[in-house]
Design a protein around this ligand. Sequence first.
Ligand code: ADP
Ligand code: MG
Length: 295
Amino acid sequence: MKILQLTDLTKSYGKIKALDKVSFDVPEGTIFGILGPNGSGKTTLLSIVLDVLRSDGGSFKLFEEEPNAFHRKRIGSLLETPNFYHYLSARQNLEIAAEIKGRGKEDIETVLKQVNLFDRRNSPFSTFSLGMKQRLAIASALLGNPDVLLLDEPTNGLDPVGISEIRMLILDLASKGKTIIMASHLLDEVEKVCTHAVILKFGKQITSGPVSEILSNDDLVEVSSNDLDRTLSVLNQFEGLRKINKEGELLVLDFPANKADLSAINAFCFQNGVVLSHLQFRRKSLETRFLELTH
Ligand code: ADP
Ligand code: MG
């Protein structure tokens, strides 16, 4: 089952193309990241899916059908910070939210427990940390027990503890069967939390698919010697090596993640008559890979 299917979705604000023919599918049960730097069209995309904005071109489906109000009832969303009342308690705020949404009055205890705020249900909102406020916002999105959660930058502005609480909450909700679609400008977050992702840059889709594929984390090792051709032919016999690229005086060896063993490479070369003059890891930082993907 596909939760969301976009086909050539396009949206401009005057001359700015916020979305340019974006097409991808969100399979059921995934944590799907929409990753891109600020201004890449993430919020625009979520707003169109939620019927807050209209696209100029292309189309999308929800639950494999033309979108309608019934489908949107199955989606809980957190697009911007809700206006909670500071002097009211968590529970009272959720009662008001349920009233406004017309759903979920009977879920208030459940969602408070889900986001780990049940013990604080009677405390005024004003006494909450930023992380607790954000968890209450997610509780509000969970009213009506939606199958799908749509979250825009759910950890924005939080401290490390708050960030980790939200990430654990997202993983927990997904493990209970909810499909989660979240926008983020943080590669690290998408890598840690999401199973699938699409990468956007200036409204253009760079890539999409399982996170393990699009954010591949190969080990790269640089070697050099005074006889590169011979080194190349020796290393071609080395087991577990994916491929070798020649970069000037260097050979760059590409291994699957965490599979490169420098001592083993050194010993193998030496046994085959090659003395390496250079041998070191070239770990691609997340940053580098993100830049690679978005430039
Ligand atoms: P993101 O959420 O990835 O930061 P947005 O969807 O908010 O990106 O914005 C995408 C682009 O569209 C940006 O260049 C932004 O300045 C522009 N944009 C967004 N909303 C409006 C608007 N209401 N009017 C004009 N331009 C907008
Ligand atoms: Mg945004």
